[in-house]
Design a protein around this ligand. Sequence first.
Ligand SMILES: O=P(O)(O)OC[C@H]1O[C@H](OP(=O)(O)OP(=O)(O)O)[C@H](O)[C@@H]1O
Ligand SMILES: Nc1nc2[nH]cnc2c(=O)[nH]1
Length: 179
Amino acid sequence: MSDIDFTTARQRAELVHDEAALTAAIARVGREIDAHLGDETAVFLPVMQGGLVFAGQLATRIKAGLEFDYVHATRYRGGTLGGGLVWLRQPALLLGGRTVLLVDDILDEGTTLKGIRDFCLEQGAQRVLIAVLCEKRHGRTVPGLAADFVGVEVPDRYVFGFGMDYHEQGRNLPGIYAL
Ligand SMILES: O=P(O)(O)OC[C@H]1O[C@H](OP(=O)(O)OP(=O)(O)O)[C@H](O)[C@@H]1O
Ligand SMILES: Nc1nc2[nH]cnc2c(=O)[nH]1
């Protein structure tokens, strides 16, 4: 994809999910998580930075007990092509025996969430649930990785907004746009 500037990208991009659709999807995901967790308290683990917006809104839709922490891992580093996963912050809470709820903006190839999920399991987490705002359906997801809770599907194009960046801009847009 060419490196057009953010203003041009925003003008050319197609709005694929508006704010109302995302708000409704997040409320539904919250209900699904509640039904799944029941009385259990989970470690709520957003993946910075993209997971920030979704996690903030999702947390208020979950009635089950949550203990907050976060991780920071990246493999795109402001670009549009993925590389190896780089850890910038591991969880502070001890995960042994806990149910962990990983929260991220997008499941694309799945390398990021697979790396983080496997780390949590290595730390002794009893189970790791995965909630994503959006999932790209393209058949290129790493084997053995699936989200438990999905807000919306997005086309197999580069998307941004609602936490997701276009060259580190556009994360604060209230909808999801596709180039
Ligand atoms: O399924 P994958 O192909 O691994 O891609 C998904 C990951 O890519 C983005 O993170 P990025 O590395 O761009 O960092 P960011 O969260 O700071 O935007 C996004 O937030 C997911 O964590
Ligand atoms: N912003 C953004 N980050 C991603 N990480 C993996 N796929 C994508 C994408 O389409 N957009």
